[in-house]
Design a protein around this ligand. Structure first.
Ligand SMILES: Cc1ncc(COP(=O)(O)O)c(C=O)c1O
Ligand SMILES: N[C@@H](CCOP(=O)(O)O)C(=O)O
Length: 351
């Protein structure tokens, strides 16, 4: 019988802190495609694959962490969850809380959330609080709230989030038959790079013969790891990674150093160029933050730093449909309007 995907907790139950007796809160997350990128591969002289995390139920990798965080919240008997967010965590928390019948409160930096993500939180019934501050300041507030009130924090400082997110590394090993030589991903609050490194190391006990070098990419205006210290006023077109004080700092530094990798920055222009190339050449529409690893890869190739023939996987973290305004800016196309007439259609197409 064909295998039916049942969400990451059921698929990797033996590698997660849950049992078959637990009530698993799942929307069928995970099992995302690993898509080959032929033209980018040819350009950088390696085999490049993108792990399309925008295919998750709410359109980002956060769902892997949220199934696990919300499952634990239900297990603990809590009724309210809270998060700070640049948009994707709130969309995911809102959806999983709705599924579990929990109250969800999200705190977001005012005016800095892509419209699609805001819509997701609203339609799933989350209570939205806009803060006249940035993500880092929102996170400080929700951390205090969760310490002082009976509210469960579901940002990636919640260890169950990283447990769920590590399963993307398991999937890559399963899809390739081994770990890649290099794994690349965007870095914001730094939970995901930490989770991947945990996953790749654990995969050594489940068929992988090696771990990859981890190359993280930040936006130049929000690159605390490149600066070596927190950034007070982060700014970038990639609003998902507009973060100056990453919560998982030590874990991310460990992922970088233990894997023999690096964390570098790319400009907003490089990010938008990579986003357009992914859409035009690979057929994968990602949000700006998700294009950062491709921008970082192209930059590394231009410096001659990409090992010839290497297998490189890049996590593209979120769906482009969440932020169509940024994707379409500067791309205004005047649609041709024709009457209901085949000849007019042919003429419009120059046939
Ligand atoms: C689309 C997207 N990509 C990348 C990131 C960065 O992930 P992390 O915060 O785990 O470093 C985020 C959130 O921060 C995100 O929403
Ligand atoms: N990009 C994130 C920022 C917070 O992420 P978390 O993984 O630490 O919860 C978002 O979507 O809010």
């Amino acid at each position: 019988m064909a295998h039916v995907w049942r969400g990451i907790i059921n698929e990797y139950l033996d590698r997660l802190p849950f049992t078959a007796e637990d009530r698993i809160v799942t929307l069928g997350e995970g099992g995302t495609p690993l898509v080959h990128a032929p033209s980018i591969s040819a350009e950088v002289g390696a085999e490049v694959f993108v792990k399309v995390e925008g295919m998750n139920p709410t359109g980002s990798f956060k769902d892997r962490g949220m199934t696990s965080a919300i499952t634990q919240v239900v297990k603990d008997g809590d009724h309210t969850v809270v998060c700070a967010s640049t948009g994707n965590t709130s969309a995911s928390a809102a959806a999983y809380a709705a599924h579990a019948g929990l109250r969800c409160v999200v705190m977001i930096p005012q005016g800095k959330i892509a419209a699609g993500k805001m819509a997701q939180a609203i339609v799933h019934g989350a209570e939205l609080v806009q803060v006249d501050g940035n993500f880092d300041e929102c996170l400080e507030i929700v951390r205090s709230l969760s310490e002082d009130y009976p509210i469960a924090l579901v940002n990636s400082v919640n260890p169950y989030r990283l447990q769920g997110q590590k399963t993307a590394a398991f999937e890559i090993v399963d899809q390739l038959g081994d770990a890649p030589d290099i794994h690349m991903l965007p870095v914001g609050n730094a939970g995901n790079i930490s989770a991947y490194w945990m996953g790749f190391r654990e995969a050594l006990s489940h068929g992988a013969t090696r771990t990859p070098r981890v190359w993280g990419v930040q936006a130049a205006g929000a690159a605390p790891f490149v600066a070596g210290h927190p950034i007070k006023d982060p700014e970038t077109v990639a609003t998902a990674i507009r973060i100056g004080k990453p919560a998982s700092w030590d874990l991310a530094v460990a992922a970088r150093d233990e894997s023999g990798g690096w964390i570098r920055a790319v400009s907003d222009a490089q990010i938008l160029h990579a986003q357009a190339r992914l859409a035009d050449e690979v057929g994968v529409f990602v949000e700006p933050a998700s294009a950062a690893p491709i921008a970082g890869l192209l930059a590394a190739a231009a410096l001659g730093e990409v090992p010839r023939g290497a297998t490189i996987t890049c996590t593209v973290t979120g769906n482009g449909l969440k932020d169509t305004a940024t994707a379409l800016a500067g791309r205004e196309v005047e649609p041709t309007v024709i009457p209901v007439d085949v000849e007019a259609a042919a003429a419009a197409l120059g046939l």
